[in-house]
Design a protein around this ligand. Structure first.
Ligand code: NAG
Length: 193
């Protein structure tokens, strides 16, 4: 009996370890985003918790976006301490810090909102949570896009800030696409007979 139990365990463990279903699911879902390979790279480490769930996929994507926004915010905060910034650059960095602070808050709220939604969240309740998430993630994306706008036409500081913000906004745009995908798949699911 013990032996059979053992072999069963090994068998189940083998199946679990060799299945590529979670990664396939992430790949297929990421195809609908603007930056699919970045999407797969960012999310594959979450495969175990995502499994086949659009909800968990959307949440993981927003967490990735939040983490990136935090890093970008820390990065511009460091820039503010550089000496040799032109007054215009200094002002632009300051504006960018407050923009990124808002961005981190919006993304944090989005993660919390997604965590509040359960399997049985449906109907108007679902729509309400979802529209909050969509609003906050879009607003985070807008904030990231405007951050490099204040730096004038060129300069090293503008370049590094722009690079950082482009990366952050690509990750966030992917998150928004996956949030929308979750909303659509949920609607389809709830209309099943
Ligand atoms: C969001 O912010 C709250 C309060 O600052 C914090 O406790 C929480 O861990 C944050 N959530 C995430 C996902 O970082």
């Amino acid at each position: 009996m013990k032996k059979i139990g053992f072999y069963l365990l090994v068998f189940v463990a083998t199946i679990r370890c060799t299945t590529t279903a979670p990664i396939d699911f992430i790949r297929a879902s990421c195809k609908t985003t603007l930056h699919p390979s970045l999407c797969v790279r960012c999310l594959s480490s979450y495969a175990g918790s995502i499994k086949g769930s659009d909800h968990h996929l959307a949440k993981a994507a927003v967490i990735v976006s939040l983490n990136e926004a935090k890093l970008a915010a820390a990065f511009v905060s460091k820039l503010a301490r550089l000496s040799g910034l032109k007054p215009r650059e200094y002002q632009a960095v300051k504006d960018c810090i407050s923009t990124m602070t808002n961005c981190v808050v919006s993304l944090n709220q989005s993660v919390q909102e997604l965590e509040r939604m359960g399997r049985r969240t449906a109907g108007q309740d679902f729509e309400w949570h979802m529209s909050n998430v969509e609003t906050w993630v879009s607003s985070a994306l807008t904030n990231q896009n405007i951050c490099s706008g204040g730096f004038g036409v060129d300069g090293h500081v503008k370049d590094v800030v722009t690079k950082r913000m482009v990366y952050a906004s690509q990750v966030t745009s992917n998150a928004l696409a996956l949030v929308n995908r979750f909303a659509v798949s949920h609607k389809k699911g709830s209309h099943k007979p």
